[in-house]
Write a protein that binds this ligand. Structure first.
Ligand SMILES: *Cc1c(COP(=O)(O)O)cnc(C)c1O
Length: 313
């Protein structure tokens, strides 16, 4: 398995919103297991797993989880036992869940309010069986996940220097907030003035912002740096529709346009929804003549799950 992480491409796209210059950083093109932000995070988690000589990985996520698919893939490549705890409420089959099974992951379904308990039980059971388990929070949340996007931020800085450009805004889809936390830490550490705007795909404020803030401060604390306050967090919950997995006609249309005009696939749950949210945000806040970077956070298997809705069966 390749853990090398080359800087992912940043491409200018022709599509224009209010005469802004639009760029996309293609995290979906990370070269292992269909890429995406979950691959970037997982590489760092597996580094730590190996440092700690663990031989079993346990994580949490729904049947559509990109994170669980990447973790199951790497575990299979490394010959590690992989257990995925998954809520019964969102267990319908997807390309990701089919691949998790193909990679030999053991899926344990549990009631959504018994997650903590189930994780503890599974950890104890595997230890009793003689394994040394390593736990990764759902979505690759935690300081290591944050660090992965500090590294992505450094790639963006390098791109700016090499291409003599300055991004005024970075937009991306925000879920657990880890990706956003890493980008914000990168901005703070580099004393940059660019705005990092996370378009929430599910969570509402104040909870959503609070989780991002807690992740930022948790990481800054580990570095021994001063903590920050809530006013610095741009977690936008205006475009979540009816929550996780819900979408509208405009999202479908923007995905179709990107597919036709740029040849870039996006999905209804994460990237397409975030891109649409960015578009609306740009119009609402009347941003013009800015350099704007959208981070394509991956999820290519979800694009295929959505294909029928997008282009008809
Ligand atoms: C998980 C995910 C996100 C959200 O990332 P967080 O770090 O959890 O905020 C965005 N896009 C895709 C495709 C994802 O799989």
């Amino acid at each position: 398995m390749r853990y090398n992480l080359y800087p992912t491409p940043v491409e200018k796209i022709n599509l224009s919103i209010n005469e802004n210059n639009l760029f996309i950083k293609r995290e979906d093109l990370i070269s292992t297991s269909f890429g995406g932000n979950k691959a970037r995070k997982a590489f760092l988690f597996f580094n730590e797993l190996q440092e700690q000589n663990c031989n079993c990985v346990i994580t949490y996520g729904s049947s559509s989880s990109n994170h669980c698919r990447v973790v199951a893939n790497i575990a299979a490549a490394e010959g590690l036992k992989c257990i995925i705890i998954s809520p019964t409420t969102s267990s319908s089959e997807t390309f990701n869940s089919k691949m998790m099974k193909f990679f030999g992951a053991e899926i344990i379904n549990c009631n959504i309010n018994k997650v903590k308990e189930t994780i503890n039980n599974v950890m104890h059971k595997t230890m009793k069986q003689g394994y040394k388990p390593y736990f990764i929070e759902g979505g690759g949340h935690g300081n290591i996940g944050t660090e992965a996007y500090l590294e992505a931020y450094e790639e963006i800085k390098t791109f700016e220097i090499e291409n003599n450009i300055n991004f005024d805004f970075i937009f991306h889809t925000s879920g657990t907030g880890t990706t956003q936390a890493g980008l914000i830490c990168g901005k703070l550490i580099n004393h940059d003035s660019k705005e990092i705007i996370g378009i929430s795909n599910a969570r509402r404020n104040p909870y959503g912002s609070q989780v991002v803030l807690d992740s930022v401060n948790s990481y800054l604390e580990e570095l021994g740096r001063p903590l920050v306050d809530l006013k610095k967090i741009n977690f936008v919950d205006d475009y979540v529709c009816n929550g996780y997995g819900s979408y509208n006609k405009e999202i479908i249309n923007v995905i179709k346009t990107l597919l036709i005009e740029e040849g870039i696939p996006m999905d209804l749950t994460y990237t397409g929804k975030g891109f649409w949210g960015m578009k609306e945000y740009i119009k609402k806040n009347q941003l013009i003549n800015k350099n704007i970077l959208f981070i394509h956070t991956g999820g290519t298997p979800l694009f295929y799950d959505d294909l029928e809705v997008l282009i008809g069966g």
